[in-house]
Design a protein around this ligand. Structure first.
Ligand code: ADP
Ligand code: MG
Length: 256
């Protein structure tokens, strides 16, 4: 059965894209069939997997506005995960969709049928609560919320949870919240530990683990067109993502 996970947080720089790429590759290593979907017009996920958006004639944009089928657009990446890539054109899709009825369902409709060939579909959301994020939440079984451990202010999470509530009410009643994933965690500082503690005290949500350590390797990987798992196999950041992926995958297996 396909599990569709939206990775969302309207704050930029919290490691949404890094999480999608790393969990995707880790799930692939576990032998799963994985589809990643770049729903951010900045196309960082596409770029970080070694595909230059400028070389693409078609992208998820054309699928969302019903000009192309996902199979026309899907690319295989070097790391074995499939990708529905984005280009800057995707910014126009949001505007084009705004006037259409059923616009919240555009992502779900785009994946309909096509996603069934995969065990996991991971949706990389843009840093906003606009139509593309709402579309992703409307298409997902669950949402995973990366949260950086650098600041004590996580007010944005409340807003995101309000959006989740609205999506449940209007478009996707079965949407679950998988939990929060602490990212950019520097375990050497008291501050980061304090932030981690407040996260679990503040929200009545699961906190997935282990926290993803903050290391310079993550900043280097995208420019190499590889995930952190592909650039440095034994790195502790890669190990953390592998552990999170193994936990997700175990939980997804039907109980005997
Ligand atoms: P978002 O998609 O939420 O905007 P990104 O995944 O693009 O966030 O990450 C933002 C920046 O932080 C990128 O430059 C990325 O390489 C870097 N980054 C992500 N995770 C880590 C980490 N664990 N340690 C250090 N840098 C990281
Ligand atoms: Mg991103």
């Amino acid at each position: 059965m396909t599990r569709t996970l939206a990775v969302a947080n309207q704050k930029g720089g919290v490691a949404k894209t890094t999480t999608v790429a790393s969990l995707g590759v880790a799930l692939r290593e576990l032998g799963r069939r994985v589809l990643l979907v770049d729903l951010d017009p900045q196309a960082c996920l596409t770029f970080s997997l070694g595909i230059d958006p400028e070389d693409l004639d078609v992208s998820i944009h054309q699928v969302l506005v019903r000009e192309r089928e996902p199979s026309d657009v899907c690319v295989c990446t070097d790391e074995g995960v499939d990708l529905l890539p984005a280009t800057i054109e995707l910014a126009a899709a949001e505007a084009a969709l705004l006037t259409r009825t059923g616009r919240e369902h555009a992502v779900r409709r785009a994946l309909d049928g096509f996603a069934a060939d995969y065990d996991w579909v991971l949706l990389d959301c843009p840093p906003s609560l606009g139509l593309l994020t709402v579309g992703a939440l409307s298409a997902a079984d669950e949402v995973l919320i990366p949260l950086q451990c650098e600041t004590l202010s996580h007010r944005g999470v409340g807003q995101l949870l309000d959006t989740v509530h609205d999506v449940r009410q209007f478009t996707n009643p079965r949407l679950g919240v998988l939990g929060l994933l602490p990212t950019l965690y520097d375990g050497r500082t008291k501050h980061a530990k304090a932030v981690l503690d407040t996260i679990s005290e503040t929200y009545d949500l699961a906190v997935l683990g282990p926290p993803i350590p903050k290391t310079i390797r993550f900043a280097e990987a995208p420019a190499l067109g590889r995930s952190i798992l592909g650039t440095s196999t034994s790195h502790r950041g890669a190990a953390a993502y592998r552990e999170v992926a193994a936990g997700l995958d175990r939980a997804a297996q039907p109980s005997p």
